[in-house]
Design a binder for this molecule. Structure first.
Ligand code: AMP
Length: 359
């Protein structure tokens, strides 16, 4: 614990008002901490459960300054907020995680270059600037790869799987001048995520590795623990702790990886709590949301150990209509986000089922 620990009743500012902000605000409340949400949309999931709320644009410097003045420390709940927003707030109030982590996570080329420089595995990747660089990169990837915009990546949106039959010029036209990378296609055995919390004093708490299944580029389900050897679990946790230290990170950091045989290749990092970590709320002694609030408030980190194995499934769109059946099931925890409109593919809630109890 550092001398800057917040007292109970202090206020944590949270930039962004989606379901992650909502669950962070709920976790803060459990600790007797207040939350103040800053979000451009008034009707957002986090506003329903927070102590205070500011509706303003991310580039409204007057509103950002007033928000910073009204809170004791600031965090954010998604990685596509402008770095300038974080830097503006950081001029007058501590923001965790820092703008450095945010900047790296916002750009796939910087992110992969950083991970490679730290000595961690990533898929082969190439900077794409024009048709010639795309043709050359695809050849170096063995004729198959995934083209991804460098910035504003989320849930696999706006990505193109390319092979020898692809019309590369047409794809570049669709990309419409956005900077991009081509990644080699990874023949992965499974996808996993590692969630690590790091405190302001450098202490860390790492969750057991979680295994993820995506459908239509959106996370479908997560399972704790992942089917990995004990040695690979240890390697993954060590890697996560090293990355968090290299970023001088404070808060919960999510690292998504491909498992290929005995190797881990990092796909991307998220400088925030993560959908795949939702099951930690119900399966671990201290879940990711409370852990993040503890780190930001400079409280001691909690016990990240799992007391149960678990599976989390997202409720997308009208799957939320299953709520009545789900709430009647044993060892099942239903979390709904308070969103009014169930559009197809929209994350409306999630359900966590606990399995065998650990001794
Ligand atoms: P991303 O937006 O980078 O998280 O990618 C979304 C999903 O696409 C991942 O969860 C993987 O299932 C798949 N994917 C992304 N990159 C690769 C890759 N280089 N090789 C194989 N599959 C990938």
């Amino acid at each position: 614990m550092t001398k800057d620990s917040l007292s109970p009743n202090a206020t944590i500012g949270i930039v962004g008002g989606g379901q992650l902000g909502r669950m962070l605000a709920l976790a803060a409340a459990e600790l007797g901490l207040k939350s103040h949400i800053y979000c451009p949309e008034a009707d957002c999931p986090a506003a329903q459960v927070s102590h205070a709320f500011t509706t303003a644009a991310y580039d409204d410097e007057t509103a950002l300054s007033a928000f910073a003045a009204a809170v004791d420390v600031v965090t954010y709940e998604f990685e596509n907020i402008p770095v300038a927003t974080v830097e503006h707030i950081a001029a007058s109030k501590h923001v965790f995680p820092s703008a450095k982590a945010l900047k790296i996570a916002q750009d796939r080329l910087d992110e992969k270059s950083f991970m490679r420089a730290q000595g961690f595995g990533v898929a082969d990747f190439f900077d794409i600037t024009d048709l010639a660089s795309l043709e050359a990169a695809l050849a170096q990837c063995g004729g198959a790869g995934i083209l991804k915009p460098r910035r504003f990546g989320y849930d696999g949106k706006g990505q193109w799987r390319l092979n020898g039959d692809s019309d590369l010029a047409a794809v570049l036209a669709e990309l419409d001048g956005q900077a991009a990378i081509l990644e080699a296609l990874v023949p992965f055995d499974r996808e996993v995520s590692i969630l690590v919390a790091r405190g302001q004093d450098g202490a860390t708490a790492c969750y057991d590795v979680i295994e993820n299944i995506h459908r239509n580029h959106i996370l479908h389900s997560s399972t704790l623990p992942a089917q990995l050897s004990a040695a690979l679990q240890d390697t993954a946790k060590n890697m996560a702790e090293k990355i968090a230290a290299a970023l001088d990170y404070v808060g919960v950091l999510a690292i998504e990886c491909f498992v290929v045989g005995d190797a881990l290749l990092i796909n991307e990092i998220a400088p925030r709590v993560h959908n795949s970590g939702h099951l930690t709320q119900d399966a671990c002694h201290v879940g990711q949301f409370e852990q993040h609030m503890r780190a930001v408030a400079a409280w001691p980190l909690g016990d990240a150990t799992a007391h149960s194995d678990a599976v989390m499934t997202n409720l997308l769109g009208d799957e939320i209509e299953q709520w009545r059946d789900l709430t009647a099931q044993e060892a099942t925890y239903v979390h709904l986000y308070g969103k009014a409109e169930a559009r197809p593919g929209r994350k409306m809630g999630h359900v966590t089922r606990l399995k065998t109890k650990n001794s």
